[in-house]
Design a binder for this molecule. Structure first.
Ligand code: FAD
Length: 253
């Protein structure tokens, strides 16, 4: 069957569904994306409340360097990402502690020299994953939920107020999110975020399902979470879909 004759339905307009849908549409397939919310993006969406914009989850853009998944995706889809490189990846503040986490991690290594082996291993793993990419807790019953949510919100506000004494008076809008919120807005079972449990590379899930014409996409399949991870996974899904379609085509009389 020609790709142009394929009707593809993508369920969920998260980065995984959007990337797979857009790539397939570029190749000529007819694509319909269904999304439960009235805005796209899922865990990487921006939503507004009381006139303020909030990031739902993803805040750090990575994988935009040359040859990396986001850059390649942009090229293929004709999108120029408005990327501005940041010299400081993270800034950590707690009382008198202030770290600038730079790409070379000098600041953190100076303060915690014993952490060097950890960072070396993290670097090696990251390098390996970039290389590849270039090619429950049971939840409280309803009655207790609101109280627990309020208590957690207060705890967060206490921490904030300890650092910024006037914080409470300056707040104009509060939105607290829990795993239940995640489940409500993203459809993730028990609000589980973060992809598959990264315990063994041999146990991870791939795009195939027991149905010939149904595939998985998103951060529950290898290589998992993050925008570049999900985009790389979407490519795997498309490759398998195209292979399977070619096989079906060759078997038809
Ligand atoms: C708090 C947090 C911080 C993060 N920070 C970063 C970061 O800084 N950088 C980074 O790269 N990554 C980050 N990530 C990871 C990244 O956001 C996710 O891996 C990625 O966005 C997941 O995309 P997805 O397409 O797999 O799923 P999702 O984003 O969950 O999208 C699934 C979509 O499907 C919809 N849906 C579900 N069920 C249905 C249904 N039955 N019918 C119709 N629609 C449905 C949902 O509404 C949702 O829009 C973060 C994640 C979280 C949770």
């Amino acid at each position: 069957m020609k790709l142009q004759d394929l009707n593809i339905v993508v369920i969920g307009a998260g980065i995984g569904g959007l990337a797979a849908g857009a790539l397939l549409a570029r190749k000529g397939a007819m694509v319909t994306v269904l999304e439960a919310q009235d805005y796209p993006g899922g865990c990487a969406a921006t939503f507004s409340r009381n006139g303020y914009c909030f990031d739902a989850g993803a805040t750090i853009g990575c994988g935009f360097h040359t040859g990396a998944p986001m850059e390649t995706l942009g090229k293929e889809l004709g999108i120029t990402w408005p990327v501005v490189p940041e010299a400081v990846a993270w800034q950590y503040r707690h009382r008198a502690l202030l770290f600038d986490l730079q790409p070379n991690r000098l600041d953190i290594l100076e303060r915690f020299p014993h952490s060097a082996p950890f960072w070396a291993e993290q670097n090696a793993l990251a390098k390996l994953l970039w290389h590849f990419s270039e090619g429950g807790l049971s939840w409280p019953v309803k009655g207790a939920y609101s109280e627990l949510k309020r208590a957690y919100t207060e705890r967060v506000l206490d921490v904030l107020s300890a650092q910024f004494p006037d914080a409470r008076n300056a707040i104009r809008s509060i939105t607290a999110a829990t795993p239940v919120t995640w489940e409500r807005y993203t459809g993730r079972v028990q609000g589980c975020v973060g992809g598959y449990p990264q315990t063994s590379l041999f146990k991870v899930r791939g795009p195939l399902t027991r149905f010939d014409n149904m595939f998985l996409v998103g951060d529950s399949i290898f290589p998992g979470q993050s925008l570049p991870g999900v985009v790389t996974g979407a490519r795997r899904t498309i490759e398998l879909l195209l292979q399977r379609n070619a096989k079906v085509g060759s078997q038809q009389p």
